[in-house]
Design a protein around this ligand. Structure first.
Ligand code: PRP
Length: 228
């Protein structure tokens, strides 16, 4: 595990974003851990988070024009990360790789608006642009599929997805994880700051008060996790 990944897990725990206990998921599975990015709710936390995502994005080597954050939790993430990228990516690289555009971002509405400027997309235009979707987590992949559809309807080309954590969990009717299904269906990669395996490693190797959850998490990984 890299240093920034360990730091992400620490910050996520400190902010009550990564929680341990017993949580019922949309899938009906009872999970011993849960990620709620809505708890990155201070300027300080967003600055931290912006840096973790930025590091994962730069490491991915992915070439993109616009960040897209699906409503609602993707919205502050897209704003924070585009702001951080414009600060941490060296100017020369911004010129050569990112068109010196200042890392534009966009997001969608959940409710239709038919007055004022109208439309479903707010922020940068997606027309003809390579789009990187940013979200907190993929569970069944519904949010990502909706976003891909919306981005394509608005003329954008999705080139990848970045999430905070890859749960490495198989779907209800398949041996593939949601992340693998998305890759297979659309052909682009899903990147993450950490995977469930990193969280397991963290609990094994650090003096965390949450070490007690290791057996339940390992059982959950064995029961629902993707085979490596
Ligand atoms: O892969 P999925 O099964 O779609 O689950 C993941 C999505 O669910 C959550 O958002 P939610 O749809 O709850 O909306 P919110 O951001 O408004 O909370 C989360 O922020 C992801 O966008």
């Amino acid at each position: 595990m890299l240093e920034y990944q360990e730091n992400f897990i620490k910050v996520a725990i400190e902010n009550d974003v990564l929680k341990f206990g017993s949580f019922k998921l949309k899938s009906g599975r009872i999970s011993p851990f849960f990620l709620n990015a809505g708890n990155f709710n201070t300027g300080k936390a967003l600055l931290n988070v912006g840096e973790f995502y930025s590091e994962a994005i730069v490491r991915s080597g992915l070439d993109f024009d616009v960040l897209f954050g699906p409503a609602y939790k993707g919205i502050p993430l897209a704003a924070a990360v585009s702001s951080t990228l414009s600060r941490v990516v060296p100017i020369e690289l911004q010129k050569t790789k990112y068109n010196n555009a200042g890392f534009p971002f966009a997001f969608d509405r959940k409710e239709k608006k038919d007055h004022g400027e109208g439309g479903m997309i707010i922020g940068s235009s997606l027309q003809g642009k390579k789009v990187l979707i940013i979200d907190d987590v993929i569970t069944a992949g519904t949010a990502i599929r909706n976003s891909v559809d919306l981005i394509q309807k608005n003329g954008g080309i999705v080139v990848g997805v970045i999430v905070a954590i890859d749960r490495q969990e198989i779907g209800a009717d398949s041996d593939l994880s949601a992340v693998e299904e998305i890759k297979k269906e659309f052909g682009f990669n899903v990147y993450s700051i950490v995977q469930l395996d990193s969280v397991i490693e963290f609990l094994k190797t650090t003096e965390s008060e949450h070490k007690q959850f290791l057996p339940q998490i390992t059982d959950y990984r064995n029961k629902y996790g993707v085979k490596l």
